[in-house]
Design a protein around this ligand. Structure first.
Ligand SMILES: [Zn+2]
Length: 137
């Protein structure tokens, strides 16, 4: 598999909120609650570094800023020359407050996908899936 097609596959899995390594799911138990590892392949989502999710926060910020620019641009484009400033101001505040929560799962899976492309998984990144862990007890 070429690196470009591998990137497309991994990013596609991340966009569908699946394990970027195998495509397994679920990755999230609830909207803001991520499992520690993939239930299918055992890939550990937090890859052993302190502050690992800082990159996911950066992705979340980039998503929010992109949505802000698109939102503002479309509002101004569609309502120019007399934009409703109060509505625009209030709706933009609601958008920038809600967007980090809405984008949270994608920020994590997209960051994981990016990290997997830069730093491919090795044997230390895997632990046994929960079903197999129970079988070994
Ligand atoms: Zn997996």
């Amino acid at each position: 598999m070429s690196s470009l097609s591998r990137a497309a596959v991994v990013a596609g899995r991340a966009l569908r909120l699946r394990c970027p390594d195998c495509g397994g799911r679920p990755v999230f138990v609830r909207w803001l609650w991520m499992l520690p590892n993939c239930p299918v392949c055992g890939f550990r989502f937090e890859r052993g570094e302190r502050g690992y999710w800082l990159g996911a926060h950066f992705v979340n910020l980039m998503i929010m800023e992109t949505m802000f620019v698109v939102w503002l641009g479309l509002w101004l484009l569609l309502t120019w020359p007399s934009p409703p400033w109060t509505v625009l101001w209030l709706s933009t505040i609601a958008l920038v407050v809600a967007m980090p929560f809405v984008a949270f799962p994608w920020s994590r899976t997209l960051f994981l996908a990016f990290d997997l492309l830069i730093r491919p998984a090795n044997s230390e990144d895997f632990s046994l899936p929960r079903e197999r862990q129970r079988a070994h007890l």
